[in-house]
Design a protein around this ligand. Structure first.
Ligand SMILES: C[S@@+](CC[C@H](N)C(=O)[O-])C[C@H]1O[C@@H](n2cnc3c(N)ncnc32)[C@H](O)[C@@H]1O
Length: 306
């Protein structure tokens, strides 16, 4: 990411959630009533209009087919995972690359009993903190902001110095981030999770398929859009490049050698059947990413640290 510049992609996913949340309950893919509040101007104005957001989502669908459906249904899926994990009694929630994720502020159940770590790039996090202040008027006591560049600093150093407890049952959310990181940063993050969280901890994240990063998606429009983003948009904006992917069909192996178990992998068909209802059935989820929920395995199954 560009030094000192807040993430543009974080703003874009938030405007999509805000627009979708204006739809009727019977047809929307996710509901994030705080998303609009966390936007800056002028996107907050756009996100207040059902007509404008429908036009924007329609344009995005033409440009990058299936991506709006993917971004929105992954949010609902992660919300569902979080609800289930709260019922399981998690004690800590760590949101990696949090962007304008509003879960710490819209899940009432977190406020009483779960310590939340919002982990993000310093530039994005500075803006987020100001927006939380604007929306809530204060920074909630159970939310701890941890600024880090995953490429330059160690997650363990930053989390431990901010009060993270490695013995507690923890849920990690890593939504829309892994593909912007190098393989080394991805490995270090996963190693932190397996080596530093209590029994019953787990992580949910999305990952890009390697073939898409190589420009070999079966949807030509996606190949063209990704090329245009990499060549023109990313360098001109916040320098968020797609650099990391996993070969399709290999995520179970990828995660089990890194010490995870109970690996549930989901792809576009799962989201389409689970979340697309009413007239939204005609919407699509792209074949760019897989989504995975994995539990931290027993101590014996974890890889030895170098
Ligand atoms: C697409 S946004 C996703 C934001 C949020 N999780 C969501 O789904 O709306 C990518 C996020 O990754 C963060 N990010 C990207 N590269 C990073 C890095 N090297 N270190 C820390 N955070 C990074 C950005 O600041 C941004 O918040």
């Amino acid at each position: 990411m560009k030094e000192g510049k807040a993430s543009l992609t974080a703003e874009l996913t938030t405007v999509a959630r805000a627009g979708e949340s204006l739809n009727a309950e019977a047809i929307r893919l996710c509901y994030d009533p705080l998303a609009r509040e966390f936007l800056g101007m002028p996107l907050r104005i756009l996100a207040g209009s059902r007509l404008l957001t429908r036009i924007a989502l329609w344009c995005a669908e033409r440009l990058i087919p299936g991506v709006p459906g993917e971004v929105l249904s992954r949010t609902q899926y992660i919300d569902d995972c979080l609800k289930a994990r709260i019922e399981d009694g998690i004690e800590q929630l760590v949101i990696l690359g949090a962007g304008y994720d509003s879960r710490p502020y819209r899940f009432e159940e977190l406020k009483e009993k779960v310590l939340v770590f919002e982990v993000d790039h310093p530039a994005t996090q500075e803006v987020k903190r100001k927006r939380v202040m604007r929306v809530l008027g204060h920074l909630p006591g159970n939310v701890i902001f941890v600024a880090i560049d995953f490429e330059k600093e160690k997650l363990q150093n930053r989390l431990f110095e901010n009060g993270y407890d490695k013995n507690l049952k923890t849920f990690f959310i890593w939504e829309g981030v892994s593909y912007y990181l190098t393989a080394r940063a991805v490995d270090e993050t996963l190693a932190f999770v397996t080596n530093n969280s209590g029994t019953g901890s787990s992580i949910v994240f999305d990952y890009a398929f390697e073939k898409v990063l190589e420009g070999k998606s079966e949807v030509d429009q996606i190949n063209r859009a990704l090329k245009a983003w990499e060549r023109a948009a990313a360098p001109l904006t916040t320098d968020e490049h797609f650099v990391f992917g996993v070969e399709e069909g290999t995520i179970e192996e990828f995660l089990s050698v890194r010490g995870f178990s109970e690996i549930a992998n989901m792809e576009h068909d799962f989201f389409e059947s689970a979340y697309f209802k009413g007239r939204e059935q005609s919407r699509d989820v792209s074949r760019i990413c897989g989504f995975v929920h994995a539990t931290v395995g027993s101590a014996e199954s974890r890889p030895r640290l170098a």
